[in-house]
Write a protein that binds this ligand. Structure first.
Ligand code: GDP
Length: 196
C-alpha cells in the first residue's frame, strides 16, 4: 500500500503550531463520527494511527502524519458534534477555515461522509466554501458495508449527481474501513495528488 510508512508527525492545537508549509499535504475533513479516523487508519494500513475515538468531537487537533519526502496526510477536527460548547465550535470552525485557506501546499481535500447520511448541511457548507479554491475534492462515502450493494450504489450515483450539479472539481467513491472496500481507489486518487 501507498501509505504504509505513515508515521505521526505533529499535532497542532492552533494555527501557530502548524509546521511551515512544505511539500504536499492531503487534508481529511468530515463530520464527527463519519469514519474519518478509521479511513485514515485503513489507508495508512496502521491501526490507531489516527485515534479512533469513542467520543466524537473530542480530538480537537490538527494531526499531521508523515509519509516521508515532505508528503503528509492531515487529520482535521471533525465538525458538527452537538455537545461541543458553542465557543469551542466557533474557535474550531475558524481554525479549520484558516488552515484550509492558508496552506498553499494542500494537494486536495478528502471529504469523509457516512454513506447513510451524505451531504449534511455542514458538508454542503464545506463544499460551498472550499470548492472555489479550485483544489480537487474527493468524497469518501464511508461505512458502505452498512448498506446493501444496491442501496450503496444508488447513494453513490445520487451524491455524484449532486456534486456535479453544485460543485466542480469533485469526485466520489464508496469506502468501508471494516470490509476494506474502496481502498485502492482512494489510494489512487490521493496518491496522484501527493506524488505527481
Ligand atoms: P470519526 O469521528 O470521523 O473519526 O469516526 P471514527 O473513525 O472514529 O468512526 C466512528 C464510528 O464508526 C466508530 O464506532 C467506528 O468503528 C465506526 N466505523 C468507522 N468506519 C466504519 C466502516 O467502514 N464500517 C462500519 N460498519 N463502521 C465503521
Amino acid at each position: 500500500p501507498l501509505f504504509q510508512n505513515a508515521t505521526f508527525y505533529i499535532s497542532a492545537h492552533k494555527l501557530s503550531d502548524l509546521p511551515p508549509p512544505a511539500g504536499v499535504e492531503v487534508a481529511f475533513a468530515g463530520r464527527s463520527n463519519a469514519g474519518k479516523s478509521s479511513a485514515l487508519n485503513t489507508l495508512a494500513n496502521h491501526n490507531r494511527l489516527a485515534f479512533v475515538s469513542k467520543q466524537p468531537g473530542r480530538t480537537q487537533l490538527i494531526n499531521f502524519f508523515s509519509l516521508g519526502n515532505e508528503r503528509f496526510l492531515v487529520d482535521l477536527p471533525g465538525y458538527g458534534y452537538a455537545k461541543v460548547p458553542e465557543a469551542m465550535r466557533k474557535h474550531w470552525q475558524l481554525t479549520l477555515a484558516n488552515y484550509l485557506s492558508q496552506r498553499p501546499c494542500i494537494g486536495g481535500l478528502v471529504l469523509v461522509m457516512d454513506c447513510r447520511h451524505p451531504l449534511t448541511p455542514l458538508d454542503r457548507q464545506m463544499l460551498d466554501w472550499y470548492s472555489p479554491s479550485g483544489k480537487p475534492i474527493h468524497a469518501l462515502l464511508t461505512k458502505s458495508d452498512k448498506l446493501s450493494r444496491q442501496a450503496a450504489n444508488q447513494t453513490l450515483q445520487q451524491v455524484r449527481k449532486e456534486l456535479e450539479a453544485n460543485w466542480g472539481n469533485c469526485s466520489v467513491q464508496l469506502f468501508s474501513s471494516l470490509k476494506k472496500q474502496g481502498v485502492e481507489e482512494a489510494e489512487a486518487v490521493i496518491g496522484r495528488w501527493l506524488f505527481t
